[in-house]
Design a binder for this molecule. Structure first.
Ligand code: SAM
Length: 283
């Protein structure tokens, strides 16, 4: 029977047909292995009839896997040639399935033709964290997801305070819920073969710990703390907490945080406490 997923031959034919030379700028590495695609779909726990958001469908490797599992897919693709081809590929290989393509930059999309409950994507690596944070901010209907990202980024997203790789992305991601790494993916399943390793990362949305205004104030503190991650907080945050180390130390003490601590030791709730202590209007 005709293939329902893209293997090396289909990827080669489609790329030839579209005259596509994958660009690094757009993080274009296409998966040509059906087993990897089915594994991602399975780890994601996609349910038949569910609406899934996919960012960067590319030639359609993962899209076809999601459709095969019975999901309705909303796919956002920045590369117009790829966005235009995708419905044709799907009609040919999996007729009767439900796909909506949005030809746009995922970082700019604030409305979608539907309410996705799950995010499943092989993200463009250069913008994976901004894309994740943007989607979580703008689409509250997204309650969980599985994404493939560069290994370093995946470990950072799932890191706990005190870990070497804990940083701004870890704290910001934790605002929205819990994150875990969910397995490695070989470089060899991509065309072209990337020069970085990949991991799957899963998230489950939780209750956000504060309001939108508090989130912005918290993220500004996180940015300041990790721009100077070797410095004590009273120093690193002096610019955003009253202009001096003394004023920063006072705000930190009001929040119950040791002014000599470093950003890499704090949970997102600690940063939120500092935001509240520094802006009485938020308390
Ligand atoms: N999902 C496909 C697969 O697994 O083979 C392709 C994944 S490839 C790593 C990333 C895809 O994201 C490319 O198709 C690229 O054109 C697209 N892309 C890059 N930047 C984007 C953006 N800002 N918004 C939407 N799509 C983007």
């Amino acid at each position: 029977s005709a293939p329902r997923l893209l293997g090396p031959a289909e990827i080669r034919d489609l790329a030839g047909l579209l005259d596509v030379t994958p660009t690094k700028k757009l993080g274009q590495n296409f998966v040509h292995d059906g087993n990897t695609v089915r594994r991602i779909v399975q780890v994601a726990g996609v349910q038949r009839g569910e609406t899934v958001l996919e960012i960067g469908p590319g030639l359609g490797s993962l899209t076809l896997g999601l459709l095969e599992a019975g999901a309705s897919v909303i796919a956002v693709e920045i590369d117009r040639r790829l966005a235009e081809q995708l419905p044709h590929t799907v009609r040919l290989m999996q007729p009767g399935t439900s796909l909506t393509v949005v030809a746009d930059d995922a970082l700019r999309v604030t409305e979608l033709p539907g309410e996705p409950v799950r995010l499943v994507a092989n993200l463009p690596y250069n913008v994976s964290v901004p894309v994740l944070l943007h989607l979580l901010e703008h689409f509250p209907s997204l309650t969980s997801g599985i994404v493939m990202v560069q290994a370093e980024v995946g470990h950072r997203l799932a890191a706990e305070p005190g870990s070497k790789v804990y940083g701004g992305p870890s704290v910001k991601a934790a605002w929205y819920g819990t994150w875990r790494t969910a397995g490695q993916v070989s470089r060899m399943v991509f065309w072209p073969v990337p020069n970085v390793d990949s991991v799957l990362v899963g998230f489950e949305r939780g209750d956000e710990p504060g309001t939108e205004e508090e989130r912005r104030a918290t993220f500004a503190l996180v940015d300041a703390a990790f721009q100077q991650r070797r410095k004590m907080l009273r120093q690193a945050l002096s610019g955003v907490l009253g202009g001096s180390a003394a004023s920063a130390a006072q705000a930190l003490e009001r929040a119950g945080i040791d002014p000599q601590a470093r950003g890499e030791q704090l949970r997102v709730e600690d940063f939120l406490a500092i935001a509240r202590a520094s802006q009485p209007s938020l308390a």
